[in-house]
Design a protein around this ligand. Structure first.
Ligand SMILES: *Cc1c(COP(=O)(O)O)cnc(C)c1O
Length: 797
């Protein structure tokens, strides 16, 4: 039905009438979208079945990627592209008077994630399938993804997100594969033939129903599976409060936690975590047992990867199954478990390391708690033998200490591989944050620098650039992104560079019209598009950026001879609903925007735009249009970043600190091709440990700083009395934990340098080209190959 345009048109019209019960003339955009979506899913299904059949019979090792977040975005165009049928569909629809881009916008983003961590999981799914690797995702089918952000009067307002309101064409409900997950109750212990047997009794069970989504590889026959679990009531218990039970049950897959760093200590969150791992493990073992008699060689056939510590209960859950259901002894069960599980750490922020109070953990998961307790006992015993008498060290490494279960310690002890997500991050883990564990398990630690799928973030998001590249070096880069390096042959080619410029301008025009449509603001496409999009967090330092904008505004107002190239500062960021300080920064950005954009004296030079509801689909419009990429986190705080890579691949130049993957970006492209400023991670950590930084000195001695900080509270912004006092407090009273004032001067200077470079168009375009050429390394295909070879030991089919 997709073999040629005519077949497609005929099939489309027929399908539309059958599905919607109306004629084409009466159909809505949504009818057309559903029709196309269903046709594509049906088209996928043969290869999906074949892929599964192939996995069943091949007996090769498979990997399951457990993640509490999958930030997929829209799938229609992505699937068309990967299936290689986008042209047939686009042309066919055009004949029928339908614009494919308009249909694409009907689809809601599957926004089942907060930011980088969830997007990484989604990029990995694409790379696994595209590399024909046997890898599947396991997650939760949240009814409401990350909240929808509205800006009202400059403040963030959160609305529940409703991606399932009109159904989701890509999912298939597999009620036949439902499993039950028990909570609460108690553990019954009895002796039989000299062995202790444990049983979880009086539990309240939740039914987990899988919804499978096909993950289509790029122009291959592989279709992997992303299995998302939905929580539903089991058979209703007779004498319970039925409504309450129903409500409590459904809540488990109702909301994504809108917070990727702080933990709110909610029982529900822990329930979600166990729900995910228990359901996923049960289904993995059910299918494993169709091929194997027993689980003695489980770890030779299955690898389970946990994306951060949220799914770490996979360790005690697998132990429970092996001990209680398979009747194995502890040592064998432990051997299998440790050799099955691998773990990625995503942060060194200590407040983000998950801990659960025993008083919550134990009653909710009584049998799992017993097993964690036993793992802890044995681990502490081992430590005691290694470090006799060193109570302090042992307590600091224990899995359970001070009535808390430390999830990262469980992950470190119960897995065979622990990886950081960029070279600097892994180094900090080894040398500092997890040094004591590194000393006993040096072989577990390894680095896997993050990546992004160049298919979504370049081929799909920036078709103009993708075709220019293919005209220049052929299209092999789509399969081997390292071949982008061949673009360097155009470094001195003015005509090619001019085309690169034209592409950027067209993408800027597209974003400008989106800005006009959303905010009413008219922005100048000849200005520098300076873009800062990512979750709002103090360490990501959106504050440093907006203070710099205020500084530029002051200069323009006070000094008529001050020269600057016109700039459009574009922000996009969601703040966690409970994160008070982050919300203040959003209000500040909007307040500055209102003041600056209205000022007739500066409006030719400066514009500030806050893009509401930043998410995957809007990100796809943003990255291609960027001149400058803001990657200005306090050094040592950003584990990797992936936004930085998307900008680079789209030819933006980075203004950034030596943090996360920025370091490796610099190594790949050369330090002359980005704008690095600020403290090093080393220096930040030295200040943190030994003191020596006094933010007040910077306030007193730098009048640019004094002016902008004073303006936050001196009436410079009307109608916001006291609004920004907490920001001033954090900078001056709390000694500026993120070194904003410390890096201010260096940031102003590097921004000036970036601006001068922009005005030398040849040089800028050459640098931009060099960035694109060097970005191949940051394809998630490279990352996934490394995981597959070094950690999972899986092979392409
Ligand atoms: C890539 C991406 C992120 C991660 O951005 P960072 O700059 O690495 O924090 C967050 N949200 C969305 C929608 C993304 O596409």
């Amino acid at each position: 039905m997709f073999s040629n345009k005519e077949n497609f048109k005929q099939a489309f019209l027929q399908k539309l009438e059958m599905m919607c019960g109306k004629s084409f003339g009466e159909s809505t955009k949504r009818d057309q979208f559903s029709t196309l979506g269903n046709m594509v899913r049906e088209y996928i299904s043969t290869e999906w079945i074949n892929t599964n059949e192939c996995y069943r019979t091949s007996k090769g090792k498979q990997v399951y990627y457990f993640s509490i977040e999958f930030l997929l975005g829209r799938l229609l165009y992505h699937n068309l592209l990967n299936l290689g049928i986008e042209d047939v569909v686009k042309d066919g629809l055009k004949d029928l008077g339908i614009d494919l881009c308009a249909l694409e916008e009907i689809e809601s983003d599957a926004g089942l994630g907060n930011g980088g961590l969830g997007r990484l999981a989604a990029c990995f799914m694409d790379s696994l399938a595209s590399l024909n690797l046997p890898g599947h995702g396991c997650g939760i089918r949240y009814k409401h993804g990350l909240f929808e952000q509205k800006i009202v009067d400059g403040y963030q307002v959160e609305l529940p997100e409703q991606w399932l309101r009109h159904g989701h064409v890509w999912e298939v409900r597999r009620e036949d594969l439902a499993v039950k997950v028990p909570f609460w109750g108690s553990v019954d212990c009895k002796e039989e033939n000299g062995e202790l047997l444990f049983r979880h009794i009086d539990a309240e069970t939740i039914t987990a129903v899988p919804y499978d989504m096909p993950i289509v590889g790029y122009k291959t026959e592989t279709v992997n599976t992303l299995r998302l679990w939905n929580a539903e009531p089991s058979a209703y218990p007779v004498h319970k409060d039925i409504l309450k039970y129903k409500r409590d049950t459904e809540l488990v897959s109702e909301f994504l936690y809108p917070d990727d760093t702080h933990d709110e200590g909610k029982i529900l969150r822990l329930k979600q975590q166990y729900f995910l791992v228990s359901a996923s493990l049960q289904s993995i073992i059910l299918s494993y047992k169709k091929q194997h008699q027993c689980l003695h060689a489980f770890h030779e056939h299955i690898s389970i990867h946990i994306n951060d510590t949220h799914p770490v209960l996979a360790i005690p859950e697998l132990m429970r199954i092996l001990l209680d259901e398979e009747g194995m002894g502890w040592d064998e069960a432990w051997h299998i478990t440790v050799n099955t599980i691998s773990y990625t750490n995503h942060t060194t922020l200590s407040e983000a390391l998950e801990k659960w109070p025993v008083r919550i953990f134990q009653p909710l998961l009584p049998r799992i708690y017993m097993i964690v307790d036993e793992i802890n006992e044995r681990f502490c015993q081992h430590l005691w033998e290694k470090y006799p008498g060193e109570w302090k060290r042992i307590e600091s490494m224990a899995i359970i200490a001070q009535d808390q279960v430390k999830m990262a310690h469980l992950a470190l002890v119960g897995s065979y591989s622990v990886n950081g997500v960029a070279a600097l991050h892994t180094d900090i883990l080894k040398k500092r944050e997890m040094n004591s564990f590194y000393q006993i398990f040096p072989g577990k630690f390894n680095n896997k620098t993050n990546g992004i799928t160049h298919r979504r973030w370049l081929l799909k998001a920036n078709p103009l650039l993708a075709s220019l590249i293919s005209e220049g070096i052929g299209d092999d880069w789509i399969w081997e992104p390292n071949k982008l390096i061949q673009l360097r042959k155009y470094e001195e080619d003015r005509s090619f560079l001019q085309q690169l410029f034209q592409v950027k301008q067209q993408n800027k025009t597209r974003l400008a019209s989106r800005i006009k449509e959303k905010t009413g603001l008219v922005v100048d496409t000849a200005s520098i598009f300076d873009i800062h999009v990512k979750r709002l967090h103090a360490y990501k330092r959106q504050l440093l950026n907006i203070l710099h904008v205020m500084y530029l505004y002051n200069r323009l107002k006070e000094d008529s001879s001050f020269q600057m190239h016109p700039r459009t500062f574009i922000f996009g960021a969601k703040a966690s609903p409970g994160y008070y300080y982050a919300k203040k920064i959003i209000k500040l950005i909007n307040t500055v925007a209102d003041k600056v954009n209205e000022d007739v004296m500066t409006k030719e030079k400066l514009k500030v735009v806050f893009l509401e509801n930043y998410r995957v689909s809007s990100a796809e419009e943003v990255f291609p249009a960027a001149d400058i990429s803001e990657q200005i986190s306090t050094a040592s705080k950003e584990a990797s970043g992936t936004g930085n890579m998307k900008f680079m691949m789209n030819g933006a130049l980075t203004v950034g600190t030596l943090d996360g993957a920025n370091v490796e970006m610099m190594e790949k492209v050369g330090s002359d091709h980005l704008f690095i400023f600020g403290l090093t991670a080393e220096k930040v950590m030295e200040y943190e440990q030994q003191g020596g930084y006094h933010s007040l000195d910077y306030y007193h001695h730098d009048k640019r700083i004094r002016q902008v900080v004073d303006q936050l509270i001196n009436g410079f912004f009307s109608d916001v009395d006291g609004e920004f006092e907490p920001i001033v407090d954090s900078l001056l009273m709390e000694n500026d934990q993120y070194f904003v004032l410390r890096d201010f001067d260096s940031y102003v200077n590097i921004q000036k340098q970036a601006e001068r470079t922009y005005e030398n168009q040849d040089q800028w375009l050459k640098m931009s080209l060099r960035n694109i050429a060097a970005s191949g390394y940051f394809s998630s295909d490279r990352t996934i190959r490394e995981y597959a070879e070094d950690i999972w030991k899986i092979k392409s089919i």
